[in-house]
Design a protein around this ligand. Structure first.
Ligand SMILES: Cc1cc2nc3c(=O)[nH]c(=O)nc-3n(C[C@H](O)[C@H](O)[C@H](O)COP(=O)(O)OP(=O)(O)OC[C@H]3O[C@@H](n4cnc5c(N)ncnc54)[C@H](O)[C@@H]3O)c2cc1C
Ligand SMILES: NC(=O)c1ccc[n+]([C@@H]2O[C@H](COP(=O)([O-])OP(=O)(O)OC[C@H]3O[C@@H](n4cnc5c(N)ncnc54)[C@H](OP(=O)(O)O)[C@@H]3O)[C@@H](O)[C@H]2O)c1
Ligand code: HEM
Ligand SMILES: Cc1cc2nc3c(=O)[nH]c(=O)nc-3n(C[C@H](O)[C@H](O)[C@H](O)COP(=O)(O)O)c2cc1C
Length: 1036
């Protein structure tokens, strides 16, 4: 009995064509797998395609006696350029066998070894280029494409593209990409359409002609100046089939040249780019790679085979990101029955989706995680047959694999040996760009030399050190000052802002401070100057730009430095409060460091800025004593300068577009306004269900107007900011005060004790000065912090205070990015997200006027069509629906904490509609009344489909004595336990202080009852479960 294959509904004439996005072909197939499962059929126009995604099916079709490579779709179109070159030839074509025989020896072990000097030559050019620009932005894919293109051309054809000596990439690369992309598009059009698109076709043919010309030119040159090197080109020109004596024709040589230039660089540059990405995201792995390469004084051809860990890194990179993301096969027999009884016919293309094969949970433990160790100690060798296939299958697999491997080992080893590397945007998450191959999009790094390494570099480039030129002028002004190094770890900007504030005030105390991320301090903490570290923790983990530093500390380096640490945290994270600053402070002491002062503790849920100021004061006083109070610049000179704040502009550079804005709940006395937005993501960005959207907001106009009024400025007042240090503020040209206040600074933070002191000193009215000073006493917490009285509130109350606008700006922290859970699933729309949020618009705690939350009001007031500075941020790796749709999930939410779960349920509903098996999906939801039951209509619809079971409770309506979600959980405790035994995953979202804490307590009670243990033991059990079965995403 055969079984029908799942298939999306077809559209007249084009079949399932619309399911495939030509620019995101691979992602379209992955999306369809999530909807339809590991095997499904598509009909494109009239052709049938079967798509396979798990090991069981793929292992079956890799049997070469039954299946062969098929040249179809984009590959068939690519024959316009590559003809019967190796890659695009049908296996049955005589030229495939002929070329395979003649060219294969060029990739034998000795031949590849002989290519080492040429590979080193080009790699040295990359290293020199990067050394010339320490700290500057490097576009990773651009640079690595130059590397691999120049390497294949030099090694194979003794031809130099000289890409590192040119500003823009060689024209060959553009033409190649154009041809690859257009070939893909042509495959998705009717042939009549292609014929009618005459201009496009002419352009396409011209691009192909250009590529052929480049190849012909290289061959002409060789024929004119022949040599006896045994390179690929000579083998193409002179090689003979030993059995028949046949040679390649001139036309076929041209096709082979093009094939090797294209196939020989795209995939390898992608591999190297992804490898760097994963190393940066996994600092412990990066450390291990550094340790491995540091064992060798120089990297020689003999070193390469010893680099076992880098070898594992490359294998694991290709597992997660097979840069040739799939291949196409076809059955040799008329019909074959696949496992499960699915029948496939001879005329059908069978697409093997490597992304999914390489994540098949039956083969790979923790498939989404980057774990090179799994490839070591026999791990790779013992993998089931056909479970790792980035180089294709059987006789049609990649001929250039040894070439790519040697080149990649060398490049990665040299880069890691030479440089400390960090992300330009530490929150960068992988975005994929696809032509025929895949690459990371928008991935940028900065590098700094680690040490001079003993390799021979081809040095005919004179370094022009821009950075030195720039800083030397600054040094003139500050050369009498002592150096100080400040390093920060920061995700949402407060620590970065503290670091900048410290640096800007350092000259007052005789120091000239540099500011950089903690990751840039790996191996380079200075021991000749005070080192200041300011950092936060996130769920007990380091910030994105401090991860490498943490791994570095764990390697136990010797650190005889003078240092001080300030930690930012929030007391609601009870178990991990200040975890990272405490750890760093302790580790540096253990490593031989000397504390300048005790660790500072800032609680962002308390007197955050006050704590920082007090610590800063103490730090400078202590340093001043050590310094003999010399070299101090007068405050007056600095008072006209703006502090060196850094807005999060660098992190969010792209814009999304608001498509729709809807009110879900109108504000009442007990509920705020709750809104739903639909936002088109910035180009190229996609997301996973459960991810966040980071938003760079603007301040509400109401508060901006209040500031302008207090300083007697009008909306069009222009100010010109001068600043001797780097600043995010637009400097040296007029900008409106309105724009600065709207977009650069937080205006509503509570005033700190130090700021009160400053304001009191500037009060002309003696009575006001005394009143202000009094606020700094015992009443500070009740009168200032609890009421969240800002500097602006204070200035309005104490009108005699003569604070200048510049002084005011200096006191303000930079504007923070806010995050929102995405409340949709990419299976609904992979380019559009929805958000669900409360609009914070309430009477101010100060007792005067309204308080407007910055981001929620910014979002609420946007109009459809408006642009939004935003970027997708990955959530905790486990806060996503399980890959295996049959695993039961239990979601617990209160209020807008429903946001991510709407996405989870939307996803499961879509999968159910497409015929997939869905495990129990249960939502426990608490809100105030039926009126603020968010998305109740949608949940009803999804419930009736069987996609979810919703259990709700209303806190302001009588409900049989039940008030909150935990009351329902307790009532259902036996069912909860039974779901747990069936492998269910549990998720909670909402306010950490409220639902987060209460649900945790409830689970502890349930465990204690069921396991008959005390609460302490039950807590330990819950903590263990939390690793992968109980995932919490809450906010204070
Ligand atoms: C990972 C993550 C996901 C999130 N997802 C969501 C989501 O999906 N939906 C959602 O709604 N939120 C979500 N949040 C919260 C969101 O990021 C913002 O914190 C929230 O919208 C408030 O931001 P805001 O800029 O409007 O307010 P802000 O300007 O930041 O104001 C908040 C501050 O104002 C103070 N305050 C409150 N009331 C008053 C008052 N009456 N007078 C004076 N001060 C007051 C608060 O104590 C708080 O410190 C999430 C947070 C995180 C970290
Ligand atoms: N990913 C995330 O981290 C994320 C995502 C979305 C939202 N959020 C955050 O989640 C919070 C939701 O705020 P909201 O105003 O919508 O809801 P809320 O204030 O948390 O109230 C929602 C419901 O929870 C009830 N509640 C109060 N205390 C509770 C407790 N201890 N246990 C269980 N339920 C309790 C409330 O009842 P009463 O009011 O009647 O007491 C109300 O019915 C916000 O802070 C938001 O920023 C976080
Ligand atoms: C990490 C780097 C590389 C990856 C992931 C990769 C991947 C692949 C895959 C999957 C195939 C099979 C395609 C199919 O079945 O349709 C293939 C074929 C091929 N590759 Fe590679 N490749 C890489 C590097 C190279 C290099 C460096 C060269 C040249 C020096 C090269 C030359 C070729 C050629 C000529 C073929 C066609 C072989 C044939 O069908 O006979 N590749 N490659
Ligand atoms: C999702 C999330 C997790 C957090 N986890 C912790 C934590 O484990 N320990 C802690 O002390 N503070 C924690 N905090 C509070 C932050 O560390 C604190 O707000 C800090 O000021 C942020 O600094 P930054 O703006 O420089 O990133 C957390 C905050 C968020 C939003």
């Amino acid at each position: 009995m055969t079984r029908a294959l799942p298939q999306p509904q077809e559209t007249f004439l084009i079949g399932n064509l619309r399911e495939l996005d030509p620019d995101r072909f691979s992602e379209s197939l992955q999306r369809l797998q999530e909807l339809y499962g590991d095997i499904y059929r598509l009909t494109i126009f009239k052709t049938n395609v079967v798509v396979l995604s798990n090991h069981e099916f793929i292992n079956f079709v890799c049997d070469e006696s039954k299946f062969d490579k098929k040249i179809a779709a984009g590959l068939l179109e690519l024959r316009n350029a590559g003809g019967d070159g190796l890659f695009t030839a049908h296996t049955s074509e005589p030229n495939w066998k002929l070329a395979h025989k003649i060219l294969m020896p060029a990739f034998g072990p000795q031949a590849i070894r002989d290519m080492f000097p040429a590979m080193m030559d080009i790699c040295s050019q990359l290293i020199l280029r990067w050394e010339r620009f320490p700290g500057e932005e490097i576009d990773v894919c651009d640079n690595l494409t130059r590397l691999t293109l120049d390497t294949i051309a030099l090694c194979s054809f003794n031809y130099r593209f000289n890409s590192f000596y040119q500003k823009t990439m060689h024209r060959f690369v553009d033409a190649m990409i154009n041809v690859l992309v257009e070939s893909g598009r042509r495959a998705q059009r009717f042939s009549l359409q292609n014929t009618l698109m005459m201009t496009t076709t002419r352009w396409y043919n011209n691009e192909i002609a250009y590529l052929h010309n480049v190849c012909d030119e290289i061959v002409r040159e060789r024929r004119k100046n022949p040599n006896d090197v045994k390179d690929l080109l000579n083998r193409m020109i002179n090689g003979k089939d030993p059995e028949t004596g046949y040679q390649l024709s001139d036309e076929n040589i041209r096709y082979q040249m093009l094939t090797f230039l294209v196939a020989g660089h795209e995939t390898t540059s992608g591999l190297l780019s992804f490898a760097l990405y994963y190393l940066l995201k996994n600092p412990h792995t990066l450390q291990k790679v550094q340790v491995e390469v540091d064992q060798y004084g120089e990297i020689t051809v003999d070193t390469l085979s010893k680099l076992k860990y880098i070898d594992a890194v490359l294998k694991e990179t290709l597992r997660l990101q097979p840069t040739a993301p799939g291949f196409i096969l076809t059955s040799k027999e008329d019909s074959v029955i696949l496992p499960g009884g699915y029948e496939v016919h001879k005329d059908e293309s069978i697409i093997v989706v490597l992304h999914k094969l390489h994540r098949d949970p039956k083969i790979w433990d923790r498939p989404e995680e980057f774990v090179p160790e799994r490839m070591l100690n026999g791990g790779f060798e013992n993998l089931p047959l056909n479970s790792w296939k980035p180089f294709g299958n059987g006789q049609r697999s990649c001929i250039g694999r040894p070439f790519a491997w040697q080149e990649s080992l060398l490049a990665l080893a040299l880069v890691i040996k030479h440089f400390n590397i960090e992300f330009v945007d530490p929150s960068y998450d992988l975005r994929i760009k696809q032509t025929l191959t895949i690459k990371p999009e928008g991935f940028k790094i900065r590098v700094r030399s680690r040490q001079r390494v003993g390799i021979l570099l081809d040095t005919n480039i004179t370094p022009v050190n821009k950075a030195t030129e720039k800083t030397s002028k600054q040094k003139d002004d500050t050369k009498h000052l002592r150096p100080m190094a400040i390093f920060f770890g920061s995700n949402s900007g407060s620590c970065e802002s503290f670091a900048a504030t410290l640096a800007s005030e350092a000259p007052l105390y005789g120091y000239n401070a540099t500011v950089a991320t903690l990751d840039s301090a790996v191996n380079s903490l200075p021991n000749d100057q005070p080192t200041i570290i300011i950092t936060a923790s996130y769920e007990g983990n380091p910030c994105e730009n401090a991860k490498q530093f943490m791994a570095y500390l764990e390697s136990k380096p010797k650190l005889e430095i003078n240092y001080a640490v300030f930690g930012a945290g929030h007391h609601d994270w009870v178990n991990t409060y200040q975890k990272i600053p405490i750890y760093i402070d302790q580790m540096i002491e253990n490593a031989g460091g000397t504390r300048i002062i005790e660790r500072g503790v800032g609680d962002s849920g308390g007197d955050f800025y006050g704590a920082f100021e007090a610590w800063k004061e103490n730090l400078f006083q202590t340093l001043r004593k050590d310094n003999g109070e010399h070299n101090i610049i007068s405050e007056e000179k600095l008072s006209i300068e703006i502090v060196n704040l850094k807005r999060n502009f660098e992190q969010i550079t792209d814009s999304g577009i608001l498509l729709q804005s809807k009110v879900l709940v109108k504000a009442t006395e007990i509920v705020p306004t709750i809104k739903h937005l639909e936002i088109k993501l910035p180009k190229g960005q996609t997301y996973r269900t459960g991810d966040y959207l980071a938003i760079l907001p603007s301040n509400p106009v109401e508060i901006v107007y209040r500031v302008l009024k207090r300083f007697n400025l009008s909306t069009d007042t222009q100010v010109k900011i001068h600043c001797s240090t780097n600043t995010f503020f637009p400097t040296n040209h007029p900008v409106s005060a309105f724009d600065i206040l709207s977009g650069y600074v937080e205006l509503a933070q509570p005033i700190s004790k130090k700021q009160i002191e400053t304001l009191a000193a500037l009060c002309k009215d003696e009575k006001e000065a005394v009143q202000l000073k009094n606020l700094n006493g015992d009443t500070y917490e009740t009168e200032i912090l609890n009421k969240r009285i800002s500097i602006l509130d204070t200035l309005e109350l104490y009108s005699s205070c003569d604070l200048s606008f510049a002084q005011y700006l200096r006191m303000l922290p930079s504007l923070r990015v806010r995050q929102y859970s995405i409340s949709s699933s990419p299976l609904w729309n992979s380019e559009v997200v929805t958000l669900t949020f409360d609009v914070l618009n309430v009477p101010a705690l100060s007792g005067s006027g309204q308080y407007f939350g910055v981001a929620s009001n910014y979002l609420a007031n946007l109009r459809e069509g408006n642009q939004i500075s935003c970027s997708v941020r990955a959530s905790n790796t486990r806060f996503h629906p399980p890959e295996d749709t049959t695993i039961p999930i239990v979601m617990i939410a209160a209020g807008t904490g429903i946001a991510p779960f709407r996405g989870f349920i939307q996803e499961r509903a879509a999968q159910l509609v497409c015929g997939r098996n869905i495990g129990s999906t249960i939502l426990y939801y608490g809100c105030r009344s039926q009126e603020d039951f968010l998305y109740s209509n949608e949940f009803e619809k999804w419930s009736s489909l069987g996609a979810v079971q919703v259990k709700s409770v209303f806190s302001r309506q009588s409900n049989n004595g039940k008030k909150y979600v935990q009351d329902l959980l307790w009532e259902d405790r036996n069912e909860i336990a039974s779901l747990y035994c069936k492998g269910a995953r549990f998720y909670t979202c909402g306010s950490g202080r409220k639902v987060g804490a209460s649900v945790k307590t409830c689970f502890i009670k349930i465990i204690a009852e069921i396991k008959q243990c005390n609460e302490e033991e039950a807590t330990k059990i819950l903590e263990k479960i939390s690793c992968d079965r109980y995932n919490v995403d809450v906010f204070a």
